[in-house]
Write a protein that binds this ligand. Structure first.
Ligand code: ADP
Ligand code: MG
Length: 240
C-alpha cells in the first residue's frame, strides 16, 4: 500500500532521509521510533506529500506521490493524519471540526456528514462533546476528536505523529485505546510513538530510525527484547 524505494530527501544541504526502502502492506500497523531529529516526522509527512522527496520513488496504492500528474487532494483524502498538537479549529465545535472536510471535499450533505461524525464520535467515546468547542475539552478528548475527524473521511491509511506525547499521562491510555481498536479493525497505520505497550500489543513491525536512516526493523517482541544495533540499544535504554 505504501512503498518507499531508495528515497532521499534534503532540506537544502541537510540530508534528512537517506536511502529509505520500506514497504507497508494493507492492514499492517508499523511503529516508527528513533531519536529526536532522526527524520520520523519527515518520513511520515512525505506519505501524504506534506513534504516532497528529493529522489527515489514513493508510491501509495501504486500511485507515485510526487508525480506532477498525481491528484494530491485525492491522495490526501485517502490518508488521515493525526498530529502531536491536535490541530483542531478553535472557533468551530467538535461536530463542525469533523464535518468540515466531508462536506467541503466529499460534498456530503450537512445531515449525512453529521450522522457520520456522530458515528465516529461514538466510536472514540465522546458523542456528548459534539457541540463543545475544543477549548472545553481535555487534551485526550481533543486528540480523540482529531482521530474521529481523520476517520470521517474514510481513509485507507492513518498516519499518527507522536499522538500522545503532548498529553498528560492520565490521558494517554484513552487515546491509545482508540488507536488499538482501530488497529484491530484492520486499518493500515503508521505510528510514530515511543509507547512500547501499544507497539507490543498491536504493531506488526517496529522501524528504528537514526540520522535519516532505517537502521533496524523487526517484530516488536524481538526488537524490544534484543535490538541488534548498538544505537537502538542505547536509544531503548534511554526511553525505557
Ligand atoms: P523527528 O520527527 O525524528 O524528530 P524530523 O523529521 O522532524 O525528525 O526532523 C529531522 C531533521 O530535519 C531535524 O534535524 C530537523 O531539524 C530537520 N528539519 C525538519 N523540518 C525541516 C525544515 N522544514 N527545514 C529544514 N530542516 C528541517
Ligand atoms: Mg517528529
Amino acid at each position: 500500500m505504501i512503498r518507499f524505494k531508495s528515497v532521499n530527501k534534503y532540506y537544502g544541504d541537510f540530508h534528512v532521509l537517506k536511502d529509505i526502502n520500506l514497504v507497508i502492506n494493507k492492514g499492517e500497523v508499523v511503529v516508527v521510533i528513533g531519536p529526536s531529529g532522526s527524520g520520523k516526522s519527515t518520513m511520515l509527512r512525505c506519505i501524504n506529500r506534506l513534504e516532497t522527496i528529493s529522489d527515489g520513488e514513493l508510491t501509495v496504492n501504486g500511485v507515485k506521490v510526487n508525480d506532477k500528474n498525481t491528484n494530491i487532494n485525492e491522495l490526501r483524502r485517502n490518508i488521515g493524519m493525526v498530529f502531536q498538537h491536535f490541530n483542531l479549529y478553535p472557533h468551530k465545535t467538535v461536530l463542525e471540526n469533523i464535518t468540515l472536510a466531508p462536506t467541503m471535499v466529499l460534498k456530503q450533505s450537512k445531515e449525512e456528514a453529521e450522522k457520520i461524525a456522530m458515528y465516529y464520535l461514538e466510536k472514540v467515546g465522546i458523542p456528548d462533546k459534539a457541540n463543545s468547542y475544543p477549548s472545553q475539552l481535555s487534551g485526550g478528548q481533543q486528540q480523540r476528536v482529531a482521530i474521529a475527524r481523520g476517520l470521517a473521511m474514510k481513509p485507507e491509511i492513518m498516519l499518527f505523529d507522536e499522538p500522545t506525547s503532548a498529553l498528560d499521562p492520565e490521558m494517554i491510555g484513552e487515546v491509545l485505546d482508540v488507536m488499538k481498536a482501530l488497529a484491530k479493525e484492520g486499518m493500515t497505520m503508521v505510528v510514530v510513538t515511543h509507547e512500547m505497550g501499544f507497539a507490543k500489543e498491536v504493531a506488526d513491525r517496529i522501524i528504528f530510525m537514526d540520522q535519516g536512516r532505517i537502521l533496524e526493523e523487526g517484530k516488536p517482541a524481538d526488537f524490544y527484547a534484543n535490538p541488534k544495533e548498538e544505537r537502538a540499544r542505547v536509544f531503548l535504554s534511554r526511553i525505557l
